[in-house]
Design a protein around this ligand. Structure first.
Ligand code: NAD
Ligand code: UD1
Length: 338
């Protein structure tokens, strides 16, 4: 079975490619390398012994995407390609709407034209907005998204609901990720953020290796036990395994189905700092600063639907997440290099 992985050179796409190959799938990657490096292909080959087929292609270019469907025998697709930086999306909304929506429309059209109807999409817990209660189940209605990035995820979810509602040949799974962190245990692939990291774990690992001198903790006056924000961190290899479970089961489910991918456990920012220090032995100096605009106090998943219907359960601990993230950062202080 051959899977088209759009955005397969990126953080989650590369880890998913490894898990797919190790589960016996053939992988065809389409990625324009706008937020990734070609070196990742060497690393994937080193881990799995197999090099995925790679097309350097902007999938907003329909002809380029269509050519891939012509040349390769594609059976299904996982759609990761897109821009994902929340702050940047506020500054460049049009670029975000254009890239995230056009790439998705092109993919859906090319799939229909080539009679490929099995699709897994990278959605986000951000579509829940500020949840009224936690843990969050998939029945929780989409909430108020507070930035263009989040809006694109909500619009794409609706677009896919309409498309699958109009044509019952589609089998679509929307996977709502909570907070992916960590890296492959080999230290060969991991997260390679451009410039100053926006997200907590890559920031902590950069403090740990001395690239930053301290962590800014965004607010300690939330309504949580220690006052700092609570999230559901999931090891990226578990998240990648979740995609394999989704594909393995996609034909068993009719139409469009939604799954949370998280552990079901919430940790605060200070829990993360303590866990990192315990697992690596490295001290993380931090300073409490004001809240980051748009942040919510607390969210974590109810992961029971994915367990029941996809037989998906996370297996990596918080200690693994911290250890593997640090190991990747230590082995690759400049990510994949220039
Ligand atoms: P990433 O930036 O590492 O990977 C995305 C990949 O898509 C990159 O390799 C980039 O070069 C490629 N890309 C972007 N636009 C493209 C285009 N038009 N044509 C071809 N390739 C294109 O991001 P990631 O963290 O791996 O995230 C993957 C997906 O998961 C994204 O859709 C993201 O929104 C979603 N997601 C990520 C998180 C997270 O915290 N990382 C959380 C929830 C959802
Ligand atoms: C981020 C995205 C969100 C996406 C989610 C899933 C932003 C603003 N939001 O949210 O759209 O769906 O990832 O991966 O990027 N923190 C600090 N100091 C830091 C960085 C973060 O204290 O330097 C805190 C935050 O306030 C938050 C927690 O750490 O409480 C996690 O932050 P982050 O890793 O950015 O993830 P989210 O805010 O959940």
């Amino acid at each position: 079975m051959s899977v088209l992985v759009t955005g397969g050179a990126g953080f989650i796409g590369s880890h998913t490619t490894v898990e797919l190959i190790e589960s016996g799938y053939d992988v065809v990657i389409a990625d324009d390398l706008s937020n990734s490096k070609e070196e990742v292909l060497n690393r994937i080959e080193k881990i799995t012994g197999k090099r995925p087929v790679f097309y350097k292609a902007d999938i907003c270019d329909k002809k380029a995407l269509s050519d891939i469907f012509e040349k390769e025998k594609i059976d299904s697709a996982i759609h990761f390609a897109g821009f994902k930086a929340v702050g940047e999306s506020v500054e460049k909304p049009l670029e975000y709407y254009r890239n995230n929506l056009l790439s998705t429309m092109n993919l859906l059209e090319c799939m229909r034209e080539h009679k490929v109807f099995d699709l897994v999409f990278s959605s986000s817990s951000t579509v829940y907005g500020t949840p009224e209660t936690v843990p969050v189940t998939e029945d929780t209605p989409r909430g108020q998204t507070t930035n263009p990035y989040g809006q694109t995820k909500a619009v794409i979810e609706r677009m896919m609901e309409d498309v699958s509602g109009a044509d019952d040949r589609w089998h679509i799974m929307l996977l709502r990720y909570f907070n992916p962190v960590g890296a492959h245990a080999s230290g060969l692939i991991g997260e390679d953020p451009k410039g100053i990291p926006n997200n907590l774990m890559p920031y902590i690992t950069q403090v740990a290796v001395g690239k930053m001198d301290h962590l800014n903790v965004f607010g300690d006056d939330y309504d949580t036990p220690d006052g700092t924000g609570i999230r559901d961190y999931i090891h990226v290899v578990d998240l990648a395994r979740g995609h394999v479970c989704a594909l393995d089961n996609i034909r068993k489910k009719q139409g469009l189905n939604i799954y949370n991918l998280g552990t079901g456990i919430g940790y605060s920012v200070l829990d993360m700092v303590k866990a990192f220090e315990k697992s690596t032995g490295v001290k993380i100096p931090y300073v409490i600063t004001k809240r980051r605009q748009g942040d919510i106090a607390k969210t974590y998943a109810d992961p029971s639907k994915a367990k029941k219907e996809l037989s998906f359960e996370t297996k990596y601990t918080l200690e693994d997440m911290c250890h593997d993230a640090y190991y990747w950062q230590q082995k690759n202080p400049d990510g994949y290099g220039s």
